[in-house]
Design a protein around this ligand. Structure first.
Ligand code: BES
Ligand code: ZN
Length: 618
């Protein structure tokens, strides 16, 4: 699975009647909606804590609503006040419900007089699921501590009490205090010249859903990459990062030419320490990114095309429910491909499409039927379960199929119109379909039937009309791999000197699940894959070598797993190791050492992999 193979925390089956809205949130948006958030926070590194106040501006919908219900997780609530127009505070009664493992704790505030603003004073837990706190020793430059948030899917509630549902959008501003010498950034406009005086202010004038709320702080330097883009990173990383991401401005221009103006002002990038659990996160104005994509040859910068693409698909037009997340990730993966094609050519774009399509073809039939659907039966999957390869790769495959059937110029015009039509809104799959029918399917009759559209959106598996691009180079690699596996082509005779990153990934991806040990040893002797600086190659190589029983790679695999907390690159190695009792014992040793440097989300996923394996070996 491309991204979150590991984030299956078990399905979240909620009683339908309990929630009229998003089943992953306690909020009741038909009663009251937050329209603005005003944050006043202090970053307390020694205690790994944010302290302060969140003031919510409210739009009361139901005249009889007695309560304001908010999402929280592990927050220490100090007090709740109603704030009058002249700023006077009146305490409000409130109750924090018992913590639900997935949803956290409901905060019910009694507010029958419908105050225009409510202020919650609180502090976060050092174990907040949406924050990671790093000591100076855990950073690249060892000088200052570092902290960052990851709110998607439902972790904003662990650092701000709010209505934590993508259906609800709000503007925000923030005042953040930090130790002197620290730079604070947020998912809002950031000023590269801001003095590091411990006193930062932010303003996000566009309405965003809670999962796009973000903050980071540390020893962060800035390097300009264009008139409206810059790279933020630790001082020893920022130069390399600015070089790797020097095409950012061209990416923005390309996306604008296709889908209309970039509406967010600036597009900056923050390169995080390697413990960041994802490849990238599309926080508005400031994408957060893993340093594992900095390999020196720009071969992994599609992650940036992807996060930038979210400025249209996701941040501008958002899925209203996690069940509809393919509207974010599938559309974005499609747009990502278009940016890659325009900047790096068809060969690169087609190779990236084929890599994920082949992986999906291999995995989709093994998934539970409901998980194979772009729009699963409503309310039957949890926030994290909804984010699978299906959302990304089946979703983008559907859009490529539409493009192919209707022609690029018609489809491009359609998609631009779609983004304009739904701009700044959160929508469901059904709203998307209601727009698709008159504006594309019926407008150009005879190209695609409505039944075929429904098969893509509500059906299992992959429809027969799913088209794939050609890649003569991948075809050649298939032939070489087959000959190598058959023993007719020795490893050192492979044409691999000419392979780019994607071609290496393709060669490795399609090795058998447990290749013969002698073949893996031959491969390593010829191409020195153990210790590779490219973590995408490393993840695939170590997984296969471990599955083949090659213990010689264990120490290098352990270094990879300890250094990198990105789920997609690290969890597969735990999964490969825990298949045998000796591997499980080794994985437990690795985790004992790595744990302190992992993000809470990574800890949670590794622990569930280890627990499942222990139960299986018992
Ligand atoms: N929005 C996602 C990251 C995400 C999804 C975080 C769900 C938490 C829950 C982001 O845009 C993304 O898809 N990142 C990918 C990059 C990619 C597919 C090119 C990643 O992190 O690997
Ligand atoms: Zn994405």
């Amino acid at each position: 699975m491309r991204l979150l193979c590991a984030l299956a925390f078990g399905s979240l089956l909620l009683p339908l009647s309990a929630y009229a809205n998003d089943p992953s949130s306690y909020a009741q948006p038909d009663q009251v909606r937050m329209t603005h958030l005003d944050l006043d926070l202090k970053i307390d590194f020694p205690h790994k804590r944010l302290d302060g106040q969140a003031t919510l501006t409210l739009d009361w919908k139901d005249p009889k609503a007695p309560l304001l219900v908010l999402d929280t997780r592990d927050l220490g609530i100090v007090g709740v006040d109603a704030i009058s127009a002249d700023g006077n505070a009146t305490p409000l009664p409130y109750a924090v419900s018992r913590r639900d493992k997935e949803l956290g704790s409901k905060l019910s505030i009694s507010a029958p007089r419908h105050p225009a603003r409510v202020r919650i004073s609180y502090s976060t837990s050092p174990k907040a699921s949406g924050l990671q706190w790093l000591s100076p020793a855990q950073t690249a430059d060892h000088k200052q501590p570092f902290m960052f948030s990851q709110s998607e899917a439902i972790n904003a509630r662990s650092w701000v009490p709010l209505q934590d549902s993508p259906a609800i959008r709000f503007t925000y501003d923030a005042h953040v205090s930090a130790p002197k010498g620290i730079r604070v950034v947020m998912s809002a406009l950031n000023d590269a010249k801001h003095p590091l005086n411990g006193d930062f202010r932010f303003d996000q004038p566009h309405p965003i859903p809670s999962y796009l709320l973000a903050i980071a702080a540390g020893d962060i330097a800035v390097r300009k990459t264009g008139p409206r883009s810059a790279v933020y990173a630790e001082p020893s990383v920022v130069g390399k990062a600015a070089h790797e991401f020097e095409d950012t401005e061209k990416m923005i221009d390309t996306a604008e030419a296709l889908y209309g103006p970039y509406r967010w002002g600036r597009y900056d990038l923050l390169v995080l320490p390697p413990s960041f659990p994802f490849g990238g996160m599309e926080n508005p104005d400031m994408t957060f990114a893993t340093p594992t994509i900095i390999v020196g040859d720009k071969s992994l910068v599609s992650v940036i095309s992807h996060e930038l693409a979210h400025s249209w698909s996701g941040n501008l037009v958002t899925s209203a429910d996690w069940r509809d997340i393919w509207l974010n990730e599938g559309f974005t993966t499609y747009v990502q491909g278009r940016i890659t094609e325009a900047l790096y050519g068809e060969r690169q774009a087609n190779e990236e499409i084929l890599l994920s399509a082949r992986a999906l073809q291999k995995s989709i039939d093994k998934m539970p039927p409901n998980a194979q659907k772009l729009a699963p039966d409503p309310r039957s999957v949890g926030a994290d379960d909804a984010l699978s390869d299906v959302a990304y790769d089946k979703g983008s495959w559907f859009l490529r199929t539409l493009e192919q059937k209707f022609g690029r110029s018609h489809f491009d015009a359609y998609l631009k119109g779609y983004f304009d039509h739904f701009a700044w809104h959160s929508i469901t799959t059904e709203q998307m379909l209601a727009y698709l029918k008159p504006n594309l399917i019926d407008k150009y009759p005879g190209k695609m039937s409505w039944d075929d559209v429904k098969a893509w959106v509500y059906g299992t598996g992959l429809p027969k009309d799913a088209a794939l691009p050609d890649s003569p180079r991948f075809d050649a690699i298939d032939r070489e791999r087959n000959a190598f596996l058959a023993g007719t082509l020795p490893a050192k005779k492979l044409d691999a000197k000419r392979w780019n990153t994607q071609e290496w990934l393709y060669f490795l991806d399609r090795l058998p699940d447990a290749p013969r040990l002698a073949l893996m040893q031959q491969m390593d002797a010829a191409w020195h894959l153990t210790g590779t600086p490219n973590a995408e190659i490393g993840m695939r190589w170590y997984s296969h070598a471990i599955a083949a029983g090659d213990k010689a790679v264990w120490p290098a695999a352990a270094r990879h797993m300890t250094r990198i907390g990105r789920l997609y690159l690290t969890i597969p190695l735990y999964k490969a190791l825990v298949k045998t009792p000796a591997g499980l014992a080794f994985a437990e040793q690795v985790y004992a050492k790595a744990k302190a440097g992992y993000h809470p989300l990574t800890q949670q996923v590794v622990e569930s992999v280890l627990a499942a394996a222990k139960a299986a070996h018992r």
